[in-house]
Design a protein around this ligand. Structure first.
Ligand SMILES: *Cc1c(COP(=O)(O)O)cnc(C)c1O
Length: 457
């Protein structure tokens, strides 16, 4: 065996052991950061070290220093696990080490990316004419979509924003839900549109933008205009009423962007698809694959109804890249140039699950969320949101009590949930977004939550 064979076999064995254990170990990291620094933060040596020892060190520290987000009982933030086929596909991506910037550099990953983009459009009910790009996550997908919006709106005003910037440009009005995700603000900041220049539209108490308030807001603004709606609120799972919102934006000629980081995948469940009705009327949509599609970090997807604007906003156009005009060069649809073939695990997951398998994964997570809400309500705790999707917010009493219970649950290690602030209340959030979670995991986690809440009452 060559050294390479040994290293790859050792890494595969380490990963296999890790994944075989990940459902039994505490969900929290058990090594302290001090311990991890003691193990890892050594001075850089002059002579270097044996690669197999380095791989063993990584694996050993990973066993205790990772949070078991790959396990079945991690319910913090919106963090999906990775399906085994997605992890396997990702290993191929690393083995091939393709630069997926342009078609000529990697024809096979270029074709996988095109096809994965087609499948994703199809799941969301978007027309095949929409362009797609694979980003590092939903933040960069939002950024890319809003860059396309900026291009499109200013071009219509006779302004070339890529050439001339925003100084002296016609102002763009931006309307966002007062419950929009902070990554929308970050994207607007990076685009020179300003995080605080936005008009905030009231929500309905469940995190869904009010279409009547949006229509009233649109009447107050002139000139080019972007509206940012959302499908899947991180606290409530609520969907903005996209059809009614599209009525308002179409009447006004505004660009409608939908942040559908995890809500997008509800489209794969026949009984839930109505929640995203109207998404096909948007101008751009952003979603994540590393959340609910359960591919490894990192991967987001930007989709745009105006391929020209999308490409013009992102194109690199360097003279030394003699792009083949006949083929799609993926770097024209994302901020990066050199990039990992992150569409490959997406391709593998969609090909494996099919539409029905994906719908079952999504529906199962939603069922688990409803069971959490039922179990906690039955134990006397207050559920703060309508359970529309895969997110539950629960209060265990006053803010201090709820915070103590969250800390207790995290320290206990049976499962992991984080906290949030919702309309002036402190709550614990449970978000189920992994293929690996079973009914038994939900019952075991509920038992731990109720036990720890009773101890802290
Ligand atoms: C997670 C999330 C984002 C940010 O996505 P990243 O993949 O973390 O960049 C944006 N919007 C919503 C609604 C999200 O849930």
């Amino acid at each position: 065996m060559t050294e390479r064979d040994n290293l790859l076999q050792s890494a595969a064995a380490h990963v296999r052991d890790y994944l075989n254990d990940v459902g039994d170990r505490p969900v929290k990291a058990t090594a302290s950061s001090e311990q991890l620094r003691a193990d890892l933060a050594a001075p850089l040596t002059d002579e270097g070290e044996d690669p197999s020892r380095v791989v063993d060190l990584l694996a050993d520290t990973g066993r205790t220093g990772t949070v078991a987000t790959q396990g079945p009982r991690f319910f913090g933030f919106v963090v999906g696990g990775s399906l085994p086929v997605a992890t396997a596909a990702d290993w191929l991506v690393s083995g091939w080490d393709q630069n997926s910037a342009i078609h000529v550099l990697s024809p096979v990953t270029a074709v996988m990316e095109e096809t994965a983009g087609d499948w994703i459009r199809d799941i969301g009910g978007l027309s095949g004419t929409w362009s797609a790009g694979f980003t590092t996550g939903d933040t960069m997908a939002n950024f890319t979509a809003l860059a396309a919006a900026r291009h499109h709106l200013l071009k219509a005003e006779g302004w070339d924003v890529e050439a001339d910037g925003l100084f002296g440009a016609p102002p763009i009005e931006v309307l966002v839900s007062d419950e929009s995700h902070y990554s929308i603000t970050t994207s607007l900041r990076m685009l020179g549109l300003g995080g605080n220049r936005v008009r905030r539209i009231a929500n309905d108490g469940q995190g869904r933008m009010r279409a009547d308030a949006l229509a009233a807001g649109l009447e107050q603004v002139d000139g080019p205009c972007i509206v940012c709606a959302q499908a899947g609120n991180v606290n409530t799972g609520g969907f903005d009423p996209l059809d009614a919102i599209a009525d308002a934006t179409e009447a006004r000629g505004a660009w409608l962007h939908v942040d559908a980081a995890f809500g997008y995948w509800a489209a794969a469940v026949p009984s839930m698809a109505h929640r995203v009705a109207g998404m096909d009327r948007a101008d751009s949509v952003a979603t994540d694959a590393h959340k609910w599609l359960n591919v490894p970090y990192d991967c987001g997807v930007v989709l745009c109804a105006h391929p020209e604007a999308h490409r013009n906003a992102m194109t690199l156009g360097a003279s030394y890249i003699l792009a083949s005009r006949a083929e799609r060069d993926s770097h024209n649809y994302v901020p990066e140039e050199s990039r990992r073939a992150r569409s490959v695990p997406v391709y593998a997951v969609l090909r494996t699950l099919g539409r029905r398998g994906l719908g079952e994964l999504v529906a199962r997570c939603c069922r688990h969320a409803r069971r959490f809400a039922e179990g906690l309500a039955a134990a006397g705790y207050e559920i703060l949101n309508d359970i529309d999707l895969n997110v539950v917010m629960v209060s265990f009493g006053d803010a201090d009590t709820t915070r103590r219970v969250i800390e207790g649950i995290q320290a206990d290690g049976t499962c992991w949930c984080g906290g949030t602030e919702w309309q002036g209340r402190t709550a614990m959030r449970i978000c189920v977004s992994s293929w690996a979670t079973t009914e038994e995991d939900v019952e075991r986690s509920l038992e731990a939550m109720c036990r720890i809440a009773a101890e802290n009452a």
